[in-house]
Each structure stands twice: as structure tokens, then as C-alpha cells.
Design a binder for this molecule. Structure first.
Ligand code: MN
Length: 237
């Protein structure tokens, strides 16, 4: 079978003014039999439409915080570094990819960006803005392949179809999170403090996103690798 080409949103290092990539995103797609290609940091609509046409699926990677202006809020002092270049690329790209109903997998910032693009909001600083009686470590220290908190998967959801379990441990390296989920998204996993840890867009063929980082643990955790194989398989259709 033809190996699908998967566009991967680029990471940006402001200090070095560099585009870069974490090997886990690329190698996980390769291991699942896809061909990953890092996309250009481009916000030209014609170019983005051409990119959306060309690739079979898209991975929206982790990274900087989404600019709160995109969900109608002022940037709080506790909001992290933002990256307008990524916001510009990814918002145009996501809109177009959704119009074409091509497969999308989002990781961490990817989940947050998708939620914001579809009208949802975020906690700009999870520890100070979200109070819960259950204390959970969402911002772990290295090594990042270490599972640190449990999630509950909605039975019968697309995530359940992939993982075949309603409960598993995941890593957690995020300082923002979903506040108001878009009405176009369905929550498919929760942390024990109630935070949404994964969501999908039921009206599309495959738009799924997770708050944790399977790219760090797909080698040691076969369940996490299934997220990539399910995504790449949808890109083959
Ligand atoms: Mn978490």
C-alpha cells in the first residue's frame, strides 16, 4: 500500500530564530508507515491551500501557547511564550484541512489550537486558574516518557476504539488546558481532576487530539503507538 505523506507543523525556537523538530513526531509517523514532512512556517493562503491539497494528513504538534487574542482574551502575565508565526500557519491550515475533511492528529498545543479554532477557550495558566480538590501533576519533569497521571477514556469513543481500554496512565507536559470545549468537539478522555485530556470532531472522518505526548512514549508503550497507527491508517484512505 502507498505510504501516506503527512504534513507536520514546524516547531519554532524564538531565541535561535530557528525552525526545528523533535524526532519523536517524525519517527512515530515513520514507524506507523507514514512519511512525515515538516511544513514551512508560511501564512500565505494560496500556499497553505496547496499544502492542504498535497498531503494525506496533518499532525499539529506541541509548542508555544496559543495567543489568547484568538479566543477573545487579553494575554495574562502567567500565559507562556506565544508564537504568532505558528498561530498564523496553523489556523489557516486547520480551517482548510477541515474543509477538505483530511485526517488531523493533534498533540498538546495541537489539541488546544484545534479547540480554539473551533470556538473553545483555554486556561492560560492551568495551576492558578483551575482549582480542583484532586491534585494532579500536569507539568512533569524529564524523562517525558514517564507516565504520571491516569486518564479515563469514554467508552465507545474513537479513542476507546484505538486503545481498547477505559483507563490508562499517560505522561503530562502542559501548562495550559481546555477551559471551554468547542461545541463541535466531543470530549473523549478526562484526567482524574476532570480536565479534558482528549477530544475529537465527530462530524469529520478523523480529527482527534490528545493533551499528553505519545511521541515521547510510543516506543515503550504499545497503546500510545496505536494513536499513530490509527492516524496513519486514516491517512491511507
Ligand atoms: Mn495532563
Amino acid at each position: 500500500m502507498r505510504r501516506p505523506f503527512i504534513g507536520v507543523s514546524p516547531l519554532y525556537d524564538a531565541k535561535r530564530q530557528s525552525y526545528w523538530m523533535l524526532p519523536g513526531y517524525m519517527k512515530a509517523i515513520e514507524a506507523a508507515d507514514g512519511i512525515p514532512v515538516m511544513l514551512p512556517m508560511n501564512a500565505d493562503e494560496t500556499a497553505i491551500h496547496a499544502i492542504a491539497d498535497k498531503f494525506d494528513g496533518f499532525l499539529f504538534t506541541g509548542g508555544q501557547d496559543v495567543n489568547p487574542h484568538l479566543y477573545g482574551e487579553e494575554k495574562s502575565p502567567l500565559c507562556g511564550e506565544i508564537c504568532d508565526e505558528r498561530d498564523a500557519l496553523e489556523s489557516l491550515l486547520f480551517q482548510r484541512v477541515i474543509e477538505l475533511d483530511k485526517p488531523v492528529f493533534g498533540i498538546c498545543r495541537g489539541l488546544q489550537l484545534i479547540n480554539v479554532m473551533l470556538g473553545g477557550t483555554l486556561y492560560q495558566d492551568l495551576p492558578s486558574e483551575r482549582k480542583s480538590s484532586v491534585q494532579i501533576e500536569h507539568s512533569q519533569t524529564p524523562p517525558y516518557d514517564r507516565p504520571v497521571h491516569r486518564i479515563t477514556v469514554e467508552a465507545g469513543s474513537p479513542l476507546f476504539q484505538m486503545l481498547k481500554t477505559e483507563s490508562l496512565m499517560v505522561n503530562s507536559y502542559h501548562h495550559q488546558g481546555i477551559k471551554q470545549l468547542s461545541s463541535l468537539l466531543m470530549p473523549i478522555a478526562y484526567a482524574e481532576d476532570g480536565l479534558i485530556e482528549a477530544a475529537c470532531m465527530p462530524e469529520k472522518t478523523f480529527v482527534c487530539a490528545v493533551q499528553w505526548h505519545p511521541e515521547f512514549c510510543y516506543q515503550s508503550d504499545p497503546l500510545q503507538f496505536r494513536l499513530f497507527t490509527a492516524f496513519v491508517n486514516h491517512c491511507q484512505k
